[in-house]
Design a protein around this ligand. Structure first.
Ligand SMILES: Cc1cc2nc3c(=O)[nH]c(=O)nc-3n(C[C@H](O)[C@H](O)[C@H](O)COP(=O)(O)OP(=O)(O)OC[C@H]3O[C@@H](n4cnc5c(N)ncnc54)[C@H](O)[C@@H]3O)c2cc1C
Length: 382
């Protein structure tokens, strides 16, 4: 038996790839060392602090996979309100572009559960043994597992996250630029209604976002060089600090989940394909979360490959992989550059003219409706 594709890593992006290819009647298998539990009863308890803003294009894609979570756990974002550090402000409104919403906030564990339900429903074989080695030839690849079992496939998909083992096996070097910041995330109850608005502040080189959750709840992401000043605080003191940093815009916040921090690193592998191997998701790129586009880029990889490969007999053919790499280069680089540029523009505290420039820049774009609408449509994947 030879698989059409063997996907290594069943996070959101690898799981979406498995379901998308299976829908095209491909012989796919998934290797995931930590598969999520099939029992969904625990999902209802609490709110996941790891949340994503899923673009309308990717929401439609997940719906087409029948892997979109219950709307009761989804918050539609109808407005975005972004504020600079010196009076600059830009607002985006769904109504202004005749859209029902700008983006949808969804929890990691609900998205993952919806995708894994499909993996089980479609009987996609799942291996949980660790991988030991990859060997590739012109027309196939072989994956050897720790227990000595071997799996033969036309294509190996590395969807195994930022520290990708597959990437290492393929000898693909990766350029890593640490931001010197961590993202601190936690959820809170709000005193006032957020009205479906997402807020973001650029202040003193730090970036704080309030992302609305259903009811009077938000998830915050705070990009900071000093994560301990937040993670070591008792819950009430953290809620107070987050209230203050957001200027009390939603009234007093109270704690809903513990805070945790993750290191922010820009990663750019020298290539995303090799003989019979391709990389997707965080294995292929990571970015600063200030635009909430990390996982959206990963779903974009899957959509592109699923479209390109439709009807082709050999999923690992050199020309197909090359086209995938070329077609993803521009959208990924553009997003990486945009997020990186914004972070550095607001992070630079030393050039005296910069605060004036960046805040007036925000106000100028805010006043230029066509440009603003174009920007938001691009982020929405429209
Ligand atoms: C702690 C943390 C918090 C984050 N919070 C946010 C956030 O709030 N907002 C946001 O936009 N982005 C966030 N991100 C980034 C976001 O999670 C990623 O962009 C997105 O999850 C990428 O999905 P992925 O499927 O490519 O990789 P991952 O989600 O990393 O999934 C990789 C999968 O591969 C499996 N795996 C790894 N190695 C192997 C192996 N050798 N064999 C088999 N399986 C393997 C892992 O178990 C995992 O399931 C966060 C990232 C981290 C690490």
């Amino acid at each position: 038996m030879i698989y059409d594709a063997l996907i290594i890593g069943g996070g959101l992006v690898g799981a979406a790839m498995a379901v998308a290819l299976k829908q095209q009647q491909r012989r796919v298998a998934l290797l995931e060392i930590r598969p999520p539990a099939a029992d969904t009863a625990k999902l209802e308890q609490g709110w996941d602090a790891r949340i994503y803003a899923i673009s309308p294009a990717n929401r439609a894609f997940l719906q087409s996979l029948q892997a979109w979570p219950s709307e009761s756990r989804i918050q539609a974002v109808c407005r975005m309100d972004v504020r600079g550090d010196n009076g600059g402000r830009i607002e985006f409104d769904a109504e202004a572009i005749h859209a029902e919403r700008l983006t949808s906030i969804a929890e990691n564990r609900w998205l993952l559960a919806a995708l894994w339900q499909q993996i089980r429903a479609l009987d996609i074989p799942v291996f949980t043994e660790a991988a030991a080695a990859i060997a590739t030839e012109i027309d196939s690849a072989t994956l050897t597992l720790d227990n000595g079992e071997t799996l033969k496939t036309k294509l190996i998909v590395g969807a195994d996250g930022a520290g990708s083992w597959v990437r290492g096996q393929a000898d693909i070097r990766v350029k890593e630029d640490a931001y010197g910041h961590h993202g601190v995330v936690a959820n809170f109850h709000t005193e006032k209604s957020h009205g479906g608005t997402a807020y973001q502040w650029f202040k003193n080189g730090e970036v704080l976002a309030y992302l609305p959750l259903p009811g009077n709840k938000i998830s915050m992401v705070w990009s900071t060089a000093e994560p301990e000043k937040l993670t070591l605080l008792p819950p009430e003191a953290l809620a107070h600090a987050v209230t203050e940093q957001g200027g009390g815009i939603l009234g007093k916040l109270s704690p809903l989940s513990p805070a945790f921090a993750f290191n922010l690193i820009l990663r750019r592998p020298e290539t995303t394909v090799a003989q019979r191997i391709m990389l997707i998701g965080d294995a292929a790129h990571t970015i600063h979360p200030l635009a909430g586009q990390g996982v959206n880029l990963g779903f974009g990889d899957v959509i592109e490959f699923a479209a390109l490969s439709r009807g082709t007999p050999d999923l690992g053919a050199h020309q197909l992989l090359k086209r995938y790499m070329q077609n993803r280069l521009e959208p990924v680089r553009t997003m990486q550059l945009a997020c990186d540029g914004l972070f550095r523009l607001f992070g630079n505290q030393s050039l005296p003219a910069l605060p004036w420039l960046r805040n007036n820049g925000l106000n100028l774009v805010n006043a230029a409706a066509p440009l603003k609408h174009q920007m938001i449509k691009h982020a929405m994947g429209l």
